[in-house]
Design a protein around this ligand. Structure first.
Ligand code: B12
Length: 216
Protein backbone atom coordinates (compact mmCIF):
# COMPACT_ATOMS: atom_id res chain seq x y z
CA UNK A 1 0.00 0.00 0.00
CA UNK A 2 2.87 2.40 0.93
CA UNK A 3 4.16 2.64 -2.69
CA UNK A 4 0.94 3.90 -4.23
CA UNK A 5 0.23 6.06 -1.19
CA UNK A 6 2.27 9.02 -2.40
CA UNK A 7 0.17 9.57 -5.51
CA UNK A 8 -3.06 8.66 -3.69
CA UNK A 9 -2.07 11.03 -0.90
CA UNK A 10 -1.85 13.98 -3.26
CA UNK A 11 -5.14 13.14 -4.99
CA UNK A 12 -6.92 12.77 -1.65
CA UNK A 13 -5.60 16.10 -0.33
CA UNK A 14 -6.58 17.84 -3.59
CA UNK A 15 -10.10 16.39 -3.37
CA UNK A 16 -10.44 17.69 0.21
CA UNK A 17 -9.25 21.18 -0.68
CA UNK A 18 -11.57 21.25 -3.71
CA UNK A 19 -14.42 20.17 -1.37
CA UNK A 20 -15.01 17.22 -3.69
CA UNK A 21 -16.52 14.65 -1.33
CA UNK A 22 -17.36 12.12 -4.07
CA UNK A 23 -13.76 12.01 -5.30
CA UNK A 24 -12.43 11.79 -1.72
CA UNK A 25 -14.83 8.89 -1.04
CA UNK A 26 -13.80 7.09 -4.25
CA UNK A 27 -10.13 7.31 -3.24
CA UNK A 28 -10.81 6.06 0.30
CA UNK A 29 -13.01 3.16 -0.80
CA UNK A 30 -10.31 2.09 -3.29
CA UNK A 31 -7.60 2.27 -0.60
CA UNK A 32 -9.81 0.35 1.83
CA UNK A 33 -10.03 -2.53 -0.64
CA UNK A 34 -6.33 -3.18 0.05
CA UNK A 35 -6.07 -2.39 3.76
CA UNK A 36 -8.20 -2.14 6.91
CA UNK A 37 -10.41 0.92 7.39
CA UNK A 38 -8.45 2.00 10.46
CA UNK A 39 -5.08 1.80 8.70
CA UNK A 40 -6.43 3.79 5.73
CA UNK A 41 -7.65 6.44 8.15
CA UNK A 42 -4.29 6.53 9.94
CA UNK A 43 -2.07 6.41 6.86
CA UNK A 44 -4.10 8.47 4.41
CA UNK A 45 -6.68 10.64 6.18
CA UNK A 46 -4.72 11.76 9.28
CA UNK A 47 -1.57 12.85 7.37
CA UNK A 48 -3.70 14.63 4.72
CA UNK A 49 -5.54 16.59 7.44
CA UNK A 50 -2.22 17.39 9.13
CA UNK A 51 -0.93 18.87 5.86
CA UNK A 52 -4.17 20.82 5.39
CA UNK A 53 -3.77 22.16 8.96
CA UNK A 54 -0.17 23.16 8.27
CA UNK A 55 -1.15 24.85 4.98
CA UNK A 56 -3.82 26.81 6.86
CA UNK A 57 -1.29 27.80 9.53
CA UNK A 58 1.05 29.03 6.76
CA UNK A 59 -1.78 30.97 5.08
CA UNK A 60 -1.78 28.78 1.95
CA UNK A 61 -5.40 27.60 2.36
CA UNK A 62 -8.50 29.25 3.80
CA UNK A 63 -10.10 28.32 7.16
CA UNK A 64 -13.21 27.34 5.20
CA UNK A 65 -11.17 24.73 3.28
CA UNK A 66 -9.78 23.35 6.55
CA UNK A 67 -13.25 23.26 8.03
CA UNK A 68 -14.75 21.50 5.00
CA UNK A 69 -11.84 19.03 4.85
CA UNK A 70 -12.62 18.07 8.45
CA UNK A 71 -16.34 17.77 7.72
CA UNK A 72 -15.79 15.58 4.67
CA UNK A 73 -13.47 13.24 6.60
CA UNK A 74 -15.94 13.11 9.46
CA UNK A 75 -18.70 11.97 7.08
CA UNK A 76 -16.39 9.48 5.38
CA UNK A 77 -15.46 7.82 8.69
CA UNK A 78 -18.84 6.11 8.66
CA UNK A 79 -17.99 4.55 5.30
CA UNK A 80 -14.70 3.17 6.56
CA UNK A 81 -15.33 2.19 10.15
CA UNK A 82 -17.58 -0.77 10.94
CA UNK A 83 -21.08 0.51 11.76
CA UNK A 84 -21.96 -2.06 14.38
CA UNK A 85 -19.30 -3.64 16.45
CA UNK A 86 -20.02 -6.25 19.05
CA UNK A 87 -19.49 -4.75 22.50
CA UNK A 88 -17.45 -6.89 24.87
CA UNK A 89 -19.25 -7.65 28.09
CA UNK A 90 -16.18 -8.49 30.16
CA UNK A 91 -12.84 -6.83 30.77
CA UNK A 92 -12.03 -3.31 31.90
CA UNK A 93 -14.54 -0.56 31.24
CA UNK A 94 -13.22 2.27 29.14
CA UNK A 95 -14.59 5.69 28.17
CA UNK A 96 -13.46 8.31 25.69
CA UNK A 97 -14.02 12.08 25.60
CA UNK A 98 -12.65 15.29 24.09
CA UNK A 99 -13.49 17.46 27.13
CA UNK A 100 -15.27 20.05 24.99
CA UNK A 101 -12.68 20.08 22.18
CA UNK A 102 -14.39 20.21 18.77
CA UNK A 103 -11.76 17.98 17.15
CA UNK A 104 -13.66 14.69 17.28
CA UNK A 105 -12.13 12.54 14.53
CA UNK A 106 -9.32 11.16 16.70
CA UNK A 107 -11.86 10.15 19.35
CA UNK A 108 -13.82 8.17 16.79
CA UNK A 109 -10.69 6.38 15.59
CA UNK A 110 -9.74 5.56 19.17
CA UNK A 111 -13.24 4.13 19.82
CA UNK A 112 -13.01 1.94 16.71
CA UNK A 113 -9.52 0.71 17.58
CA UNK A 114 -10.37 -0.11 21.21
CA UNK A 115 -13.61 -1.87 20.25
CA UNK A 116 -11.95 -3.94 17.57
CA UNK A 117 -9.45 -5.12 20.21
CA UNK A 118 -12.40 -6.52 22.18
CA UNK A 119 -12.76 -3.88 24.91
CA UNK A 120 -16.05 -2.23 25.80
CA UNK A 121 -15.86 1.52 25.39
CA UNK A 122 -18.36 4.27 26.18
CA UNK A 123 -18.21 7.38 24.01
CA UNK A 124 -18.86 10.41 26.24
CA UNK A 125 -18.92 12.67 23.19
CA UNK A 126 -17.46 16.15 23.01
CA UNK A 127 -19.76 18.23 25.17
CA UNK A 128 -18.90 17.28 28.77
CA UNK A 129 -16.64 19.33 31.03
CA UNK A 130 -14.18 17.82 33.59
CA UNK A 131 -16.63 17.59 36.51
CA UNK A 132 -19.40 16.05 34.39
CA UNK A 133 -16.96 13.53 32.90
CA UNK A 134 -15.79 12.44 36.37
CA UNK A 135 -19.38 12.18 37.68
CA UNK A 136 -20.24 9.97 34.77
CA UNK A 137 -17.18 7.75 34.90
CA UNK A 138 -17.72 7.12 38.63
CA UNK A 139 -21.30 6.07 37.87
CA UNK A 140 -20.14 3.81 35.02
CA UNK A 141 -17.22 2.28 37.01
CA UNK A 142 -14.77 3.33 34.31
CA UNK A 143 -11.21 2.08 34.82
CA UNK A 144 -9.52 3.89 31.93
CA UNK A 145 -10.47 7.28 30.50
CA UNK A 146 -9.07 8.12 27.07
CA UNK A 147 -8.91 11.83 26.25
CA UNK A 148 -8.37 13.24 22.76
CA UNK A 149 -7.49 16.95 22.65
CA UNK A 150 -5.92 19.32 20.15
CA UNK A 151 -5.98 22.77 21.69
CA UNK A 152 -4.37 24.02 24.90
CA UNK A 153 -7.55 25.04 26.81
CA UNK A 154 -8.82 21.46 26.42
CA UNK A 155 -5.46 19.99 27.51
CA UNK A 156 -5.50 22.16 30.63
CA UNK A 157 -8.91 20.74 31.54
CA UNK A 158 -7.19 17.37 32.03
CA UNK A 159 -5.66 18.66 35.30
CA UNK A 160 -9.21 19.47 36.46
CA UNK A 161 -10.23 15.89 35.69
CA UNK A 162 -7.41 14.72 37.99
CA UNK A 163 -8.52 17.07 40.75
CA UNK A 164 -12.08 15.68 40.64
CA UNK A 165 -10.76 12.11 40.52
CA UNK A 166 -8.54 12.70 43.56
CA UNK A 167 -11.39 14.33 45.46
CA UNK A 168 -13.47 11.20 44.81
CA UNK A 169 -10.57 8.86 45.66
CA UNK A 170 -10.74 7.26 42.23
CA UNK A 171 -7.68 5.66 40.65
CA UNK A 172 -9.10 5.69 37.13
CA UNK A 173 -6.17 5.72 34.66
CA UNK A 174 -5.91 8.41 31.99
CA UNK A 175 -4.49 7.99 28.50
CA UNK A 176 -4.23 11.09 26.30
CA UNK A 177 -3.65 11.71 22.60
CA UNK A 178 -4.05 14.35 19.90
CA UNK A 179 -1.99 16.83 17.88
CA UNK A 180 -0.97 18.89 20.91
CA UNK A 181 0.79 15.96 22.60
CA UNK A 182 2.59 15.08 19.38
CA UNK A 183 3.79 18.69 18.94
CA UNK A 184 4.91 18.93 22.59
CA UNK A 185 6.14 15.45 23.61
CA UNK A 186 6.53 16.27 27.34
CA UNK A 187 3.04 17.71 27.75
CA UNK A 188 1.27 14.44 28.63
CA UNK A 189 3.46 14.06 31.72
CA UNK A 190 2.93 17.72 32.67
CA UNK A 191 -0.85 17.26 32.66
CA UNK A 192 -0.40 14.14 34.81
CA UNK A 193 -1.59 11.48 32.36
CA UNK A 194 -0.63 7.82 32.82
CA UNK A 195 0.21 7.38 29.13
CA UNK A 196 0.12 9.11 25.73
CA UNK A 197 -0.64 7.58 22.33
CA UNK A 198 0.51 8.90 18.94
CA UNK A 199 -2.03 6.81 17.02
CA UNK A 200 -5.41 5.24 17.72
CA UNK A 201 -3.93 1.80 16.97
CA UNK A 202 -1.68 2.14 20.02
CA UNK A 203 -4.68 2.53 22.33
CA UNK A 204 -5.34 -1.18 23.15
CA UNK A 205 -1.67 -1.78 24.10
CA UNK A 206 -1.68 1.37 26.24
CA UNK A 207 -4.81 0.20 28.06
CA UNK A 208 -3.08 -3.10 28.90
CA UNK A 209 0.02 -1.18 29.96
CA UNK A 210 -1.72 1.21 32.40
CA UNK A 211 -3.76 -1.65 33.85
CA UNK A 212 -0.82 -4.06 33.92
CA UNK A 213 -1.12 -4.67 37.67
CA UNK A 214 -4.76 -5.72 37.50
CA UNK A 215 -4.70 -6.94 33.87
CA UNK A 216 -1.44 -8.84 33.23
C1 B12 B 1 -9.98 19.20 10.94
C2 B12 B 1 -9.50 20.25 11.92
C3 B12 B 1 -10.46 21.07 12.53
C4 B12 B 1 -11.95 20.84 12.36
C5 B12 B 1 -12.39 19.68 13.29
C6 B12 B 1 -13.56 18.87 12.74
C7 B12 B 1 -13.86 17.65 13.56
N1 B12 B 1 -15.10 17.24 13.56
O1 B12 B 1 -13.03 17.04 14.21
C8 B12 B 1 -12.52 22.24 12.81
C9 B12 B 1 -12.64 23.09 11.57
C10 B12 B 1 -13.84 22.22 13.56
C11 B12 B 1 -11.36 22.79 13.64
C12 B12 B 1 -11.50 23.83 14.54
C13 B12 B 1 -10.44 24.44 15.20
N2 B12 B 1 -9.14 24.16 15.04
CO1 B12 B 1 -8.49 22.61 14.07
N3 B12 B 1 -7.64 21.33 13.02
C14 B12 B 1 -8.10 20.39 12.22
C15 B12 B 1 -6.93 19.62 11.59
C16 B12 B 1 -6.69 20.17 10.18
C17 B12 B 1 -7.09 18.11 11.52
C18 B12 B 1 -7.46 17.43 12.84
C19 B12 B 1 -7.96 16.03 12.57
O2 B12 B 1 -9.14 15.78 12.61
N4 B12 B 1 -7.06 15.11 12.19
C20 B12 B 1 -7.43 13.72 11.88
C21 B12 B 1 -7.54 12.92 13.16
C22 B12 B 1 -7.90 11.48 12.90
O3 B12 B 1 -6.26 12.96 13.76
P1 B12 B 1 -6.05 13.17 15.30
O4 B12 B 1 -7.26 13.64 15.97
O5 B12 B 1 -4.78 13.89 15.51
O6 B12 B 1 -5.87 11.67 15.81
C23 B12 B 1 -4.70 10.93 15.54
C24 B12 B 1 -3.68 10.96 16.67
O7 B12 B 1 -3.51 12.25 17.21
C25 B12 B 1 -4.19 9.93 17.64
N5 B12 B 1 -5.07 10.34 18.72
C26 B12 B 1 -5.93 11.38 18.82
N6 B12 B 1 -6.55 11.38 19.98
C27 B12 B 1 -6.11 10.32 20.67
C28 B12 B 1 -6.43 9.87 21.96
C29 B12 B 1 -5.80 8.74 22.45
C30 B12 B 1 -6.14 8.25 23.82
C31 B12 B 1 -4.85 8.03 21.63
C32 B12 B 1 -4.19 6.80 22.16
C33 B12 B 1 -4.54 8.50 20.34
C34 B12 B 1 -5.16 9.63 19.88
O8 B12 B 1 -4.91 9.00 16.85
C35 B12 B 1 -5.16 9.50 15.54
C36 B12 B 1 -4.35 8.68 14.53
O9 B12 B 1 -4.62 7.35 14.66
C37 B12 B 1 -5.78 19.96 12.59
C38 B12 B 1 -4.35 19.84 12.02
C39 B12 B 1 -3.51 18.80 12.78
N7 B12 B 1 -2.22 18.89 12.64
O10 B12 B 1 -4.01 17.96 13.49
C40 B12 B 1 -6.18 21.38 13.05
C41 B12 B 1 -5.70 21.90 14.41
C42 B12 B 1 -5.74 20.80 15.47
N8 B12 B 1 -6.71 22.93 14.71
C43 B12 B 1 -6.20 23.98 15.26
C44 B12 B 1 -6.95 25.12 15.69
C45 B12 B 1 -6.13 26.30 16.21
C46 B12 B 1 -8.35 25.14 15.62
C47 B12 B 1 -9.29 26.27 16.07
C48 B12 B 1 -8.91 26.95 17.39
C49 B12 B 1 -9.38 27.26 14.90
C50 B12 B 1 -10.17 28.52 15.16
N9 B12 B 1 -9.44 29.61 15.26
O11 B12 B 1 -11.36 28.47 15.29
C51 B12 B 1 -10.65 25.55 16.17
C52 B12 B 1 -10.86 24.98 17.59
C53 B12 B 1 -12.22 24.39 17.83
C54 B12 B 1 -12.34 23.84 19.24
N10 B12 B 1 -12.79 24.63 20.19
O12 B12 B 1 -12.04 22.69 19.48
C55 B12 B 1 -4.69 23.85 15.45
C56 B12 B 1 -4.31 23.59 16.90
C57 B12 B 1 -2.99 24.25 17.25
C58 B12 B 1 -2.80 24.31 18.74
N11 B12 B 1 -2.51 23.19 19.35
O13 B12 B 1 -2.98 25.34 19.31
C59 B12 B 1 -4.33 22.72 14.44
C60 B12 B 1 -3.11 21.86 14.84
C61 B12 B 1 -4.07 23.40 13.06
C62 B12 B 1 -2.78 24.19 13.03
N12 B12 B 1 -1.74 23.67 12.40
O14 B12 B 1 -2.69 25.27 13.54
N13 B12 B 1 -10.21 22.15 13.35
Amino acid sequence: MKKVLLEVDIRFERALLAVDKSEAERILVQAAAEASGLSVLEELVTPALERVGKAWEDGRVALSQTYMSGRICEELLDTLLPQTQAEATEGPKIAVTTLGDHHTLGKRLVCASVRSAGFQVLDYGAGLGPEEVVDRLLRDNIEVLMISVHILPSALRISEVFEHLRRNESDCKIIVGGALFIMDPGLWQEVGADAMGRTASEAPALIRQVLSKEFP
